[in-house]
Design a protein around this ligand. Structure first.
Ligand SMILES: C[S@@+](CC[C@H](N)C(=O)[O-])C[C@H]1O[C@@H](n2cnc3c(N)ncnc32)[C@H](O)[C@@H]1O
Length: 217
């Protein structure tokens, strides 16, 4: 049975990324991937369905184990990542972790690490962005890939937030560290995102998409 995320479906570029990770992983073994801030599995299930071994962490208990959230229609039941994984028979491929990635980073390294919009959450204000990106990047194996969807300070609530800098910060972080080879770093124009759970009105965001390869340990 195919289940769906209340956050919607991944963009086509995510499927291109999965293909790239497969091509970048030594033959004969399933790719391993960490999803940091996985919510109810918008990005987890599509990878596990292709045979990836996924380590998925979020601080939000409802997103992981089910409960009620708000969307356009009011209260809505979110089945949660764990029940989606079970319904699709993917328990052997997905490890669901409830926790803060800064307090409980994984004890292993992955062929790929993916995170979308999580670093800029207000619960991370006690950290610097540099600390967080370094922690997330440390989970990537030498030769592995790091993909970050980063939020830019377009909306008023993100302006002046130290963990939500302008685009040059990202370029400077990755180009000043020889351990990273930047494959692409695209700054998108502000786009209208449709209402989704936790943000139940259509809204504008500005995103950057960064893919980098770790060249060394
Ligand atoms: C923008 S949401 C995106 C969710 C998911 N990427 C998606 O699109 O379906 C970011 C997620 O990151 C989680 N998050 C934020 N800070 C976190 C932290 N320090 N540790 C673990 N999860 C975190 C939030 O709870 C939220 O579920």
């Amino acid at each position: 049975m195919k289940t769906s995320s209340l956050w919607g479906t991944p963009q086509s570029r995510y499927y291109r990324l999965l293909q790239r990770i497969e091509e970048n992983t030594p033959a004969g073994q399933p790719p391993t991937m960490a999803v940091i801030g996985c919510a109810d599995g918008k990005y987890v299930l599509p990878a596990a369905r292709r045979g990836f071994k996924v380590w998925a962490i979020d601080i939000d208990e409802v997103a992981l184990f089910g409960g009620y959230k708000k969307d356009l229609t009011g209260e809505v039941l979110m089945p949660g990542l764990a029940s989606r994984v079970k319904a699709e028979g993917l328990e052997d491929l997905v490890e669901v972790v409830h926790g803060d990635f800064m307090a409980a980073p994984p004890q292993q390294k992955f062929d790929a690490v993916f995170t979308s919009g999580a670093l800029q959450y207000s619960n991370n204000l006690e950290h610097s962005l540099e600390q967080m990106v370094t922690e997330v990047g440390a989970c990537v194996k030498p030769g592995g890939l790091l993909y970050i969807d980063y939020m830019l300070p377009y909306e008023e609530k993100y302006q002046g937030r130290a963990i939500c800098p302008e685009a040059p910060w990202w370029k400077e972080y990755f180009t000043s560290r020889p351990v990273w080879e930047v494959k692409h770093n695209r700054v998108m124009p502000p786009t209208l995102d449709k209402a989704h759970v936790e943000y139940p009105v259509d809204h504008y965001h500005q995103w950057g998409h960064l893919l980098a390869r770790r060249t060394a340990a």
